[in-house]
Design a protein around this ligand. Sequence first.
Ligand code: ATP
Ligand code: MN
Length: 505
Amino acid sequence: MVLVFERLLVSNTKINAKNISLRQIFDAVPRLDVKSILSMEPIGQELIIHGWVRNFRSNRFIALNDGSSINNFQLVIDFEKFPEEVIKRISVGSCIKATGKLNPSLGAVQKSELVVDTLDILGDSDPALYPLQPKKHSLEFLRDIAHLRFRTNTFSAIFRIRHAVAFAIHQFFNDRGFFYLHSPIITASDAEGAGETFQVTTLNLDKIPRTEEGEIDYKKDFFSRPSNLTVSGQLEAELAALALSKVYTFGPTFRAENSNTPRHLAEFWMIEPEVAFNDLNDNMDLAEDMLKYVIQYILSNCSEDLKFLNDRDQEEQKQKPQQERNEFSLLEKLDFCLKNNFERISYTEAIEILKNSNPNKKGKFQYPVEKWGTDLQSEHERYLVEKHFKKPVILYNYPKEIKAFYMRQNIDNTTVAAMDILFPGIGEIVGGSQREERLEKLESRMKEMHRPIQEMYWYLDTRRYGTCPHAGFGLGFERLILFVTGMSNIRDVIPFPRYPGNAEF
Ligand code: ATP
Ligand code: MN
């Protein structure tokens, strides 16, 4: 046993010991993933490898991928040593297990290769039927086979990065003393009014129980009242923040908005930090720090995947007419975001810029900007970010009429302490505010906006007992993934997108 252990240490000096389980150490031959093998010095050591065939050429070279890396690993087989039936079953998409020796490669592309001693076909893949071939497929085609698209370079890179971003977000908050709060998925009212909700019911839709007045009898429903999937965890996060001080949620949210856009999903993930004693400026600082932290994290930890997506994006850009091409490559864009402060301007300043802008004067906006108080459309947000400032922008102090009831009213009586962060190519990525902590102000705003005061006694209780200034924001996780991967459709950065007319897989 000691011998085996020593051999492993000697031959695999470069692999990270965390990648090997105890069982593997005691196994005679270690099973390693592609990523670890690619980092090793080849000195003829024996290995076991598993993976899916990406390509098989000249009846001799297998390009194998197991998802641990964007890079394939080359296996070399001497086809005279293996029965023809086995060779025939090595096809694109099939799954194999191989043992062999890791030798320096004679090819120019790779440092090492496995000279195969034994080969098992774990899963066949009929080449006549397998939809993925070693060539470029369109994103639309791959969306229709989302159950298989993980096996492409593009999607494996996206989902490895998605993981890294999620991990970085937890790390960011954990390092700063935040507590991860699990807000409920099923809630009893669309209290916030953030969007159209999906109703949750166990009532038999063919035989809906009615009251004597003919209304739906929700007393007979599962929760004895109407309920729905959450549109946001903010209100619950506020309750916790007024005791734990610093909390964040990170969970799925659901909006039945019928918006067939490349930036909206019916099911998406949101990160919602909520911090006691923070004001609007602290809130902006927190959001900017977090976004920069995440970008830095993936630049340091996902460089190969980012390089791949960067090159992919460059290819895409070449297909476009000159004026539609991005000014920056993906990597330049991320670097730029990291090195520059986000521009912070008030809504009022933004309206002035938009009113006097060329597209507005020339009637190029679909929604012309005429007066203070109008809601900004995505064309306006993108003008500010992409044409005017050419960097991320934080807009703050919005008219209270176009914002939610819980946002803190400013001294001018017309604006609230809201902030939205706008990103190039994306538009709104973060929406947040300092919350109204003063009971009377909150109640009167709720009355004006017809929010149910009685029903929301629990929310108002935080203002009744030991209220304090606090602030928070919501970050759309998929919008962030869109930005850092350079993809253009939100349906391509979540494993199985839900949108109007589609809940496949
Ligand atoms: P938009 O105006 O883009 O629809 P919103 O104002 O409805 O956004 P908020 O209610 O403030 O958005 O939600 C917070 C964040 O969640 C947004 O900044 C955005 O990043 C994200 N988001 C909102 N709606 C969706 C959606 N349907 N799909 C994906 N992400 C979303
Ligand atoms: Mn919306």
